[in-house]
Design a protein around this ligand. Structure first.
Ligand code: HGY
Ligand code: MN
Ligand code: MN
Ligand code: MN
Length: 418
């Protein structure tokens, strides 16, 4: 009989750790840290590895039309709505080994724990390795989970990267089907709930000493691309007050982005992740520059206001310099609260097993934000050492990972009984 209790066996921490280390070998070795970016060759090789890993764990596994890897542990009632878990295995450039990976390989380990403990779920357990969760060169994150949630559309596929390639072309070149990706939405009737295990990627759990984070909400993300066009002039002869310097307008915009984030009365942050300019000769006033920035908050009101004030200030400052600016605003995702029932279930599953926990917001974006369209969504965090992520120093130790998987397995058992 499947009952929530404190006697769910612990995960095999060594088995999980060696799986994570094996996957971390499938990277672009020319970059520091771990790089397995979406659509890249190392990522393509890793998809076959993850598919095999799911099958080794007794799951029925396949790749869907959007390029997601879908594993299924059948329950006793095939007509019951499914419990879904998972995350992503793509990384940022020079990233770490745990972001996303913990939610995929940890879910596979949880499926093993449930099977080895003789737990028979009523619902199917579906484990997802979603395609391309990280923000890509098209400015679109969470490609696979948007497809599953029915919120990936033709406009996303039409977005072009710096080389003029569209995301649809990139999806097709990777071997997935862009037309299926925008027409394959799952039916919410088929989903009981979605739960994702993830490293916190911030300092809160380490600071408080809590073993588990019960996520309360996921931050919304607004992205800003601004292309500045000034006028090339001789750097030696052009008076300072007669220039249309595109790079200075971009520099002012970068500081505007920072100031808005620093002024946030609630959880709110802002980052300019990249700048590009023209040929870059010493002796020519720059006539072109581009910045890529993002703003995040769990507070939709502040987020909308920040987006507007940044766009207005960038346009005003550029005009005062005689520089034209084209601003492309992309709503990447809205802030999404975790369902209270899911938060309560994760907390109870942690209490069953004696793990300390605390309720925390997520400043990071996740596939879970999109899966919330299909049913009640919850997330489980484990600590990130030093609060670091999206860098080679990203680290969570074997015990912390095992604690998270233990809570994930018990949460799944509790969800199945609900
Ligand atoms: O960008 C994010 O927040 C996530 O890690 N993809
Ligand atoms: Mn992630
Ligand atoms: Mn990430
Ligand atoms: Mn995620």
């Amino acid at each position: 009989m499947n009952t929530p209790s404190s006697n769910l066996p612990s995960p095999d921490a060594n088995r999980l750790w060696s799986a994570i280390m094996d996957l971390s070998a499938l990277v672009d070795s020319d970059s520091p840290g771990w790089t397995r970016e979406v659509f890249s060759d190392p990522y393509k090789a890793s998809r076959a590895w993850t598919l095999a890993r799911m099958k080794d764990a007794g799951l029925q596994a396949h790749v869907d039309g959007a390029g997601n890897i879908v594993g299924r542990l059948p329950g006793t009632n095939p007509n019951a709505p499914a419990i879904v878990t998972g995350s992503h295995t793509d990384t940022v450039h020079s990233g770490g080994r745990f972001d996303g990976v913990v939610g995929v390989l940890g879910a596979i380990e949880a499926a093993r724990v449930l099977q080895e403990s003789g737990t028979r779920l009523t619902s199917d357990l579906i484990i997802m390795d979603f395609l391309g969760e990280e923000a890509n060169g098209f400015g679109v994150s969470c490609v696979g989970s948007r497809a599953v949630a029915g919120v990936l559309d033709a406009a996303h596929l039409a977005r072009r990267d710096a080389n003029g390639v569209s995301m649809g072309e990139a999806v097709a070149a990777f071997g997935a089907d862009p037309n299926q990706a925008i027409s394959m939405a799952w039916n919410p009737r088929d989903i009981k709930s979605y739960i994702e295990l993830h490293v916190e990627q911030g300092p809160m759990l380490e600071r408080s000493g809590s073993q588990i984070g019960v996520v309360t909400s996921i931050a919304g993300i607004e992205r800003v691309m601004a292309v500045f066009t000034g006028r090339a002039d001789h750097a030696g002869t052009t008076p300072m007050d007669q220039r249309a310097d595109a790079l200075l307008a971009a520099a002012e915009a970068i500081l505007t982005v920072e100031r808005v984030g620093c002024g946030a009365p609630v959880h709110g942050v802002s980052t300019t992740g990249r700048i590009a300019t023209g040929h870059g000769a010493f002796n020519v006033v720059p006539d072109s520059a581009t910045i890529w920035a993002e703003i995040r908050s769990i507070d939709p009101g502040w987020l909308g206001g920040a987006r507007r004030s940044i766009a207005e200030k960038i346009a005003l400052d550029a005009a005062q310099r005689g520089v034209e600016v084209a601003i492309d605003l992309l709503n990447d995702q809205d802030p999404v609260p975790a369902a209270q029932t899911m938060q309560d279930t994760v907390a109870a599953a942690s209490d069953d097993l004696g793990y300390s926990w605390e309720a925390v917001p997520s400043g990071a974006g996740h596939d879970a934000a999109h899966m919330a369209h299909l049913g009640p969504m919850g997330m489980i965090f484990v600590p990130s050492q030093g609060g670091r992520s999206h860098c080679p120093d990203e680290f969570t130790d074997k015990v912390q990972l095992s604690n998270g998987v233990h809570v994930l397995a018990n949460t799944i058992r509790r969800l199945d009984l609900a």
